[in-house]
Design a protein around this ligand. Structure first.
Ligand code: AQP
Length: 334
């Protein structure tokens, strides 16, 4: 019998989910959920690493869960849960901390980026990738679908799994990152050299937020930075990064190949029409998600009930794994 692959991925409730989260992660999770056994997690403990406002964290956690269901995650096919509802994650992280060299964490580019310019950062920000490794390997996940920006962290999770296995014997499946060919890196509309990010979504013109109304989405695209030319084509040149980003967004949403996309814009003169067309396909894609989100938020008790079912199933897989780790590491397990 063919082994069913297990998938794990997570997202932080650290701000308003943006188009990059959707195209680089959520869309693929939903499109492929029938093929594998899936665990998806709202990683609220990760969001704590930058000390968010407590009330805001509560609402962002529920919002994000509702958005994920609204995108089409089906509780019959995918387990969606909140990380802090399953204690195995924090406990597993501590156990993995004990086998992870500090130098591995200091090399992580996201830590360098996020700590830059801050007077003081939490220990948790440095330790973030170990918690992420626990998230993944406690489920023996084979695949971790993520955007390009998270590849280094998944590679670290592989290193940590290998290290634990070599010290204490075969315990974890070593996971693989799965990065979408395109959509893996959606760039900021105000600066196409910087990836679109939730934490910059308050900067005017940077991100398209998934819950923005159609007018706002159109305004964001019309302000998008392009170049002084008028050629609408895919390109790796730095100067064309803005146009390339717009075409990439259009390509993932329409499911067309590069030639077909360029053909769609053959007779278009000027970037204004390009921006307008890209805005239209994005509005068409996000509107049903926003409407479904609003519907789900009308019944928060039902949303919490679905998340409790998800947490129960997740715990039934990850708690025995933590127990196995403890036994192998020499802890007395009552
Ligand atoms: N711009 C992006 N393009 C493609 N994929 C992206 N992802 C994030 N931004 C882009 C993917 O979204 C998933 C969830 O991300 P996350 O919330 O766990 O953390 P992140 O990668 O740090 O995302 P953000 O939006 O940039 O959040 P903040 O600002 O809080 O750090 C991941 O699979 C990620 O690759």
């Amino acid at each position: 019998m063919k082994e069913i692959k297990r998938v794990f991925s997570g997202v932080q409730p650290s701000g308003d989910p943006q188009l990059g989260n959707y195209l680089g992660a959520f869309k693929g999770w939903v499109d492929r959920q029938s093929e594998k056994e899936n665990f998806f997690c709202v990683v609220d403990l990760h969001a704590l690493t930058v000390t968010p406002d407590p009330e805001q964290l509560v609402s962002q956690t529920r919002d994000l869960a509702a958005i994920l269901f609204a995108c089409g995650l089906d509780p019959k096919k995918s387990t969606l849960f909140v990380q802090s509802h399953v204690p195995a994650h924090a406990e597993g992280c501590w156990l993995l901390n004990c086998v992870t060299p500090l130098g591995w964490l200091e090399r992580m580019t996201q830590f360098k980026d996020k700590s830059e310019g801050r007077g003081s950062v939490s220990t948790a920000l440095l330790d973030y990738p170990v918690l992420m490794a626990a998230d993944i390997i406690l489920y023996d996940a084979h695949e971790v679908p993520v955007g390009e920006d998270q590849k280094q962290h998944v590679e670290l999770a592989r290193d940590i799994a290998n290290r634990f296995n070599s010290i204490y014997g075969e315990t974890f499946v070593v996971p693989e990152p799965v990065i979408p060919d395109i959509g893996g890196r959606v760039m900021g509309l105000n600066d196409p050299m910087v990836k679109m990010s939730k934490s910059y979504s308050h900067i005017r013109g940077h991100a398209v937020r998934m819950l923005d109304d159609p007018k706002e989405i159109e305004r964001s695209f019309m302000r998008a930075v392009t170049d002084s030319g008028n050629e609408i084509r895919f390109s790796e040149e730095e100067e064309k990064a803005g146009v390339n980003n717009l075409l990439g967004i259009y390509k993932v949403i329409t499911g067309k190949n590069e030639k077909e996309v360029e053909r769609d814009f053959e007779s278009v003169r000027g970037y204004g029409d390009l921006k307008k067309t890209v805005a239209e396909v994005v509005v068409e894609e996000l509107t049903p998600i926003r409407e479904q989100y609003e519907h789900l938020m009308d019944d928060v008790a039902e949303l919490d009930r679905l998340l409790a079912i998800g947490a129960e199933h997740a715990a039934s897989v990850s708690m025995p794994k933590v127990r196995e780790m403890k036994e192998k590491m020499g802890l007395i397990v009552p």
